[in-house]
Design a binder for this molecule. Structure first.
Ligand code: C2E
Ligand code: CA
Ligand code: CA
Ligand code: CA
Length: 278
């Protein structure tokens, strides 16, 4: 009889209850993920659209939790952002990505995703300086990827932080372009070096959507006039790659050219490219 009240209460909002409980458990585990060495980085190649050689790798964080198994970034990054755990996790990602990039040929760059919450921390630029000096990576080999969402809140603080890292010699890419809150105004205010066209437009255009096609054409034209580069995301086969190349995107990323892979496998790509050239 003692339990009845509890279970009855649960019946009203069972999913909410379960979600809150699961979230609390995930958060507790996430709090210890770094010290338990449960985080790792995968690297996904970005290729030159014309000659298909690797120009950079995007670092993508992975969490293999003792309690929860493999948890995808789409699940734990938002949780990390809500709990400020993104600050230590983001610092770790930045350092590890720079350290790994030192093992690649010097023309190959590394791209690191940075959340708005990280960007508006007063010592964001120091974190970048720290990662560069700790690893010995030249600043011009590091690209910071941010999404449009950073401009929704504390836009001036976010912009100032990006200007600081640009002053160091790093570049900034605008990620998932077109999916979020879109205002072209900030494209003028900040010198992005690359616009990443979201996978949804790439898929849409290939499947015959006139709207997606028009958007990609407009982004490519705009990027060119602003002297920015474009990267198409989520290209999964040869047909899509050819289609995107013809639209004038400068760089391509997607499963067709390589899935996100462990650091060791990423290094092997250069061995293969070297053999192909020789
Ligand atoms: P994103 O920055 O847009 O990263 C690209 C995502 O698209 C990755 O998912 C990648 O695996 C996936 N992808 C790449 N090529 C293809 C393709 O051809 N087809 C399909 N279907 N998918 C493709 P992932 O690794 O699950 O990452 C999801 C998101 O998590 C990222 O989206 C990024 O927003 C966030 N994230 C990952 N690592 C970090 C990090 O270190 N810091 C922060 N703040 N966010 C991160
Ligand atoms: Ca990204
Ligand atoms: Ca993206
Ligand atoms: Ca995304």
């Amino acid at each position: 009889a003692k339990d009845e009240g509890g279970s009855e209460h649960c019946q009203y909002e069972p999913t909410l209850h379960v979600h809150a409980e699961e979230r609390r458990k995930l958060e507790a585990s996430l709090r210890h993920a770094l010290e338990r060495d449960e985080m790792s980085l995968n690297f996904q190649p970005v290729v030159d659209a014309n000659d298909e050689t690797v120009v950079s790798f995007e670092a993508l964080v992975r969490w293999n939790s003792e309690e929860h198994g493999f948890v995808g970034p789409d699940k734990f990054i938002p949780l990390a952002e809500d709990t400020r755990l993104i600050i230590p996790i983001g610092t770790w990602v930045m350092e590890q990505a720079c350290i790994e990039a030192c093992n690649w040929p010097s023309h190959v760059r590394v791209a690191v995703n940075v959340s708005g919450e990280q960007l508006i921390e007063p010592d964001f630029a120091s974190t970048v300086i720290g990662a560069l000096s700790k690893s010995g990576l030249e600043a011009n080999r590091l690209e910071i990827e941010v999404t449009e969402s950073i401009f929704l809140r504390d836009a001036n603080v976010a912009r100032a932080a990006l200007e600081q890292v640009i002053a160091l010699g790093c570049t900034v890419a605008l990620d998932d372009f077109g999916t979020g809150y879109s205002s072209l105004g900030y494209l003028r205010k900040l010198s992005f070096s690359t616009i990443k066209v979201d996978r949804s437009f790439v898929q849409g255009a290939v499947q015959g959507s006139a709207e997606s096609l028009a958007i990609i054409n407009a982004v490519v034209a705009m990027a060119e006039s602003l002297e920015m580069s474009t990267t198409a995301e989520g290209v999964e086969n040869a047909e899509e790659a050819e289609f995107i190349r013809k639209l004038g995107c400068k760089k391509i990323q997607g499963y067709y050219f390589g899935r996100p892979m462990p650091a060791h496998d990423a290094r092997q790509i250069f061995v293969r490219e070297g053999l192909r050239r020789a």
